[in-house]
Design a protein around this ligand. Structure first.
Ligand code: CP
Ligand code: NVA
Length: 311
């Protein structure tokens, strides 16, 4: 059994390195158990996860709802717009009310502060299902994918090319915690949050991780074991899309750029992807792409989180 010291999973910063590795090992074990026996034990029998969505989702929604069912519990989809929250009821009141009914809350929204506020006033665990600042459940599944491929994090290089966004932030924190080498290449003006980079570098001092942020994509990709990119326009930034298309033009993951990676590199993307923008079809649909295993691991990694928080 994995027990977490923190009540909530908001950024991965609240988890220790050992807790993250234990969650990944539990995820691998739950995945194997289900593949071999067809099921997992009902450790969350009778437990309910409220899932609040203020943004679209395919993977997060379906994997959390399915994950709860696999463990004997229930996931309840709630559209933020249709909750009274959408008509001005406060986050504080919402947190206190939901704490009377359900066992945990997963929330996907815009400002990260809203999730922190919800967690502060909720008596139950709160899981961040993506904010403008962080995507911790994604990073856990990504780390699981890396671990399954390599069997270790030591000496493994993950290069992220593109926008210094929520997905990169969580990879920096999560990668630092487990001792990865994380190199990011972002265009000027699209660097990751400086405070988060500094936090990751501080963590790295203790874990042996290497954290690098630079502008040159070729330099970052050099010797990479994993090559990761994400959309250039995240949810909520739609009106910047045309400008971003220009600003990121030199950051496409294509056949030229992947030449700089290790010959046996694997391509990762949190999805959804835009073929012809941040990645070419040749790369994402090619033999070295692991994006669907990676997406599949959302289910397993989140089941581990749910089991650890709710048991
Ligand atoms: N990667 C991810 O979080 O996908 P969804 O937006 O479909 O949930
Ligand atoms: N950075 C993207 C990730 C989507 C899963 C976004 O925030 O829209």
């Amino acid at each position: 059994d994995v027990k977490l010291k923190a009540k909530d999973v908001l950024t991965l910063e609240e988890l220790s390195s050992e807790e993250i590795v234990s969650l990944i090992q539990l995820a691998v074990q739950l995945k194997k158990q289900r593949a071999e026996t067809g099921s997992n034990p009902n450790v969350l029998q009778g437990k309910v996860l409220a899932m609040i969505f203020d943004k679209s989702s395919t993977r997060t929604r379906v994997s959390f709802e399915t994950g709860m069912l696999h463990l004997g519990g229930h996931g309840m989809f709630l559209s933020g717009k249709e909750l009274q929250l959408g008509r001005g009821e406060t986050i504080e009141d919402t947190a206190k009310v939901l704490s009377q009914y359900v066992d945990a809350i997963m929330i996907r929204t815009f400002e990260h502060e809203k999730v922190a506020e919800l967690a502060k006033h909720a008596a139950i665990p709160v899981i961040n299902g993506l904010t403008d600042g962080h995507h911790p459940c994604q990073a856990l599944a990504d780390l699981q994918t890396i671990y399954e491929e390599k069997g270790t994090f030591e000496g493994v290089k993950l290069t992220y090319v593109g926008d210094g966004n929520n997905v990169l932030h969580s990879l920096l924190i999560g990668g630092a915690k487990v001792g990865l080498h994380v190199a990011a290449a972002c265009p000027a003006g699209y660097e990751p949050n400086e405070e988060i980079v500094n936090t990751a570098k501080e963590i790295a001092k203790k874990t042996g991780a290497v954290i690098e942020v630079m502008e040159n994509p070729q330099a970052a990709v050099q010797g990479a074991d994993f090559l990761y990119t994400d959309v250039w326009t995240s949810m909520g930034q739609e009106e910047e899309a045309a400008k971003r298309l220009q600003d990121f033009a030199a950051y496409q993951v294509n056949e030229q750029l992947v030449q700089w990676a290790k010959p046996d590199y694997k391509f990762l993307h949190c999805l959804p992807a835009h073929r012809g923008e941040e990645v070419t079809a040749e790369v994402i649909d090619g033999p070295q792409s692991a994006v669907f295993e990676q997406a599949g691991n959302r289910l397993h990694a989140q089941k581990a989180v749910l089991a650890a928080l709710l048991q």
